[in-house]
Design a protein around this ligand. Structure first.
Ligand SMILES: NC(=O)c1ccc[n+]([C@@H]2O[C@H](COP(=O)([O-])OP(=O)(O)OC[C@H]3O[C@@H](n4cnc5c(N)ncnc54)[C@H](OP(=O)(O)O)[C@@H]3O)[C@@H](O)[C@H]2O)c1
Length: 291
């Protein structure tokens, strides 16, 4: 048996005393500011919890015999959408760049939902060749496409020029999906009433800071956006709600609405409704992707 002896650790009394005195002094000097800041953070947190992330729709519509393609289904909002649709019995094709991450997501989805009809297909939206290869493979292999969810996207990224000569954010978020949708259009038409869901962001209609260019984007826009996300951002699960609603709601079969937020139709930015803009964008996009 060994005797153990507790050796008292000397407490640096002056340091502790100084710390408490300074903290107390700081609180006394800035009491109002501290209370206002604490109140603001608490209110923001409650607002986020009870309003921004509220549950919106709880339909139990099944998706058996429906085939759904979800770009960017390997993480974030796309993954949460896939999880919900898998539980409704849909056949799912998860499309993203990274095969390892995609396969892991598929394994997890199969495991969680018990649905074995989930597959991964690789496609890099930043490469027009990759999009064409994916669409050729899909059209050859798959007999149906009932819902196409164009969800993949880059929110914070560097402006890299792709090998096709376009800004990588524009190509991943828009041009790649434009080509992909057009190349899968016949399959969608064969499965009418089919749906195409383009995931956007409410930020598209609040654009003053999007004008921030170059370095300003990193010192003004991104930090502000991160800050705003604390109070106003939804979790991926809640962010997926409107996509799921648009994919499954039976009342939308004959709807003419084109833009949804929080599971209900909204007005998009007026720029998107201008016939001349639409025509110019369509032609420029066709030219850019070689259609
Ligand atoms: N999160 C938000 O606060 C928020 C708010 C409003 C709108 N949105 C929109 O919601 C969508 C999903 O956002 P998220 O936050 O869930 O994104 P995320 O977690 O970053 O996931 C992005 C997904 O897109 C894929 N992806 C990215 N670049 C790709 C490319 N070039 N080719 C193929 N796949 C690519 C990624 O796959 P790999 O990992 O394999 O690259 C990943 O699966 C985006 O369109 C975003 O703009 C998000």
């Amino acid at each position: 048996m060994t005797d153990s002896v507790a050796v008292p650790v000397p407490i640096p009394t002056p340091f502790v005393n100084n710390f408490f005195t300074l903290t107390h002094q700081f609180y006394a000097d800035h009491r109002s500011a501290i209370l206002i800041a604490t109140g603001t953070v608490l209110t923001g947190w409650l607002y986020n919890l009870l309003w921004v992330n509220r549950r919106l729709s709880s339909s139990s519509t099944l998706m058996t015999n429906k085939t759904v393609v979800i770009t960017g289904g390997s993480s974030g909002i796309g993954y949460e959408t896939a999880k919900d649709l898998a539980r409704r019995g849909a056949r799912l094709i998860i499309v993203s760049r990274n095969p390892k991450k995609g396969q892991a997501a598929v394994a997890k989805l199969r495991d969680k939902s018990g649905n074995k009809q989930i597959e991964f297909m690789q496609c890099d939206l930043c490469s027009l060749d990759s999009v064409k290869n994916f669409c050729n493979a899909y059209n050859e292999k798959e007999s149906r496409l009932d819902v196409l969810i164009n969800n993949a996207g880059i929110l914070f990224g560097l402006d890299v020029v792709t090998k096709d000569g376009y800004n990588s954010i524009v190509q991943a978020n828009y041009l790649g999906h434009f080509l992909l949708t057009n190349l899968l259009l016949d399959k969608l038409k064969q499965c009418k009433p089919s749906r195409i869901i383009n995931v956007s962001s409410s930020i598209h209609s609040k654009d003053p800071l999007y004008g921030a260019v170059g370095l300003l984007r990193f010192v003004i826009f991104y930090p502000l956006l991160y800050l705003a996300k604390t109070f106003f951002a939804k979790t991926s699960k809640r962010g997926a709600q409107t996509i799921i609603y648009c994919a499954v709601a039976s009342e939308l079969i004959n709807s003419n609405e084109i833009y949804f937020e929080n599971c209900s139709p909204q007005q998009p930015n007026q720029i998107c409704l201008d016939a001349q803009n639409i025509d110019r964008l369509w032609k420029a996009s066709c030219e850019a992707v070689g259609l």
